[in-house]
Design a protein around this ligand. Structure first.
Ligand code: SAH
Length: 340
């Protein structure tokens, strides 16, 4: 097993069956995490990129079975931030030293493309990078958003298994989601994708397919997290993913895509109080602290146990900075685009 991991460190390649073998093995996890940390250090360095996350509306037209803000969850109090509020939040983030803001939301037509473009253009005057995470749009819409100044786009594939995808995403299609990722690449965005680990009926073979898919599309960013069952969704009685498994998949992503930007995700911290620091020492080089006002945080709960619900943007910034410095890493001062 160690030979296989060493090979991946040198070549950044693993076959489907080799990935499955590593996923099923439980004896070499620490070795894998150390290998991913080594590749991270050599390829993207010690600086951690902080991206300020703005969850600007929880209104969603999709009905993903795992997600707390799915359309049919009537227990959620929906909110819509105004363009001014979104800009003010971005301005505060820039003031706190963030070089990127991530605008994330449910999938909704609440904001027209023109309105979104205006918001992006205004935020770009702050001289920071803008990442969008607002779901599926058509090619023309993605183009307009890019022309307005958006730099990056996050759209997790969630799973590349047709069977698992179909079961979890009523009215959606895996083909369409893949097409969106191709449009985004073609338009020149830095493209992020990723998956959920521990979905019902998901097998190690599917996860291996996912990892090879990230490599095939040459993902610039890869966001991975454990699936955490939400009591307000149809998947409330499922077991969900584990921290360790999500960490293994993340470490493998670092070996296969050595120069990608890989966040230590919030869902990992939900399952382990030191989750983000452990992830940063197992291949990750990005953290996405929330910069929203506390009034909105509790309303954007995709899964239970969301961290820092009562903390303001400033507190989150200081807290994560201290944690990062405590493990001998630094805070990046650049916008943090991928350098291959
Ligand atoms: N609507 C946007 C943003 C989705 S929210 C889009 O479609 O891309 C961001 C991510 O949260 C999702 O991609 C999903 O992977 C994750 N998520 C949703 N529900 C979750 C749950 N129960 N546990 C863990 N992660 C979840």
């Amino acid at each position: 097993m160690k030979n296989l991991i060493n090979k991946a460190v040198k070549t950044n390649r693993l076959s489907h069956s080799e990935i499955v073998e590593i996923l099923k093995d439980e004896t070499c996890n620490e070795y894998l995490f150390k290998a991913a940390d080594y590749v991270r250090k050599c390829r993207v360095g010690d600086a951690v990129h902080l991206r300020g996350l703005i969850e600007f509306t929880n209104v969603c037209g999709q009905n993903c079975l795992y997600c707390g803000i799915r359309r049919d969850n009537s227990l959620v109090e929906r909110y819509i931030m105004t363009p001014e509020e979104i800009f003010e939040t971005a301005k505060r983030a820039a003031g706190l030293g963030y070089k990127t803001v991530v605008l994330q939301s449910g999938e909704t037509q609440t904001y027209s493309i023109d309105t979104l473009c205006e918001i992006i253009k205004k935020i770009k005057t702050l001289d920071i990078a803008v990442t969008l995470s607002i779901g599926e749009k058509n090619e023309d819409e993605y183009r307009a958003l890019k022309d307005a100044g958006a730099d990056r786009y996050l759209l997790r594939i969630e799973t590349t298994s047709h069977k698992v995808y179909r079961e979890l995403h009523p009215e959606m299609s895996l083909m369409k989601r893949k097409a969106c990722l191709h449009f985004l690449k073609k338009l020149g965005y830095e493209v992020g994708t990723g998956d959920l680990i521990g979905l019902p009926h998901q097998k190690d073979e599917h996860i291996a397919d996912d990892l090879l898919f990230f490599q095939e599309i040459d993902a610039d960013m890869i966001g991975l997290g454990p699936f955490i069952p939400n009591s307000q969704t149809p998947l409330k009685d499922e077991i969900g993913g584990t921290f360790e498994k999500a960490l293994k998949v993340m470490a493998l992503a670092r070996l296969l895509l050595p120069s990608a930007n890989i966040p230590a995700t919030t869902a990992m911290e939900t399952l382990n109080p030191n989750g983000r620091l452990i992830a940063l020492q197992s291949g990750a080089n990005v953290v996405m602290p929330n910069v929203n006002d506390t009034t909105y945080r509790s309303k954007y709960q995709l899964y239970p146990g969301k961290i820092c619900l009562d903390d303001g943007a400033e507190k989150c910034r200081k807290c994560i900075e201290a944690k990062i410095l405590s493990i001998g890493r630094t805070i990046a001062t650049t916008k943090g685009f991928r350098t291959k």
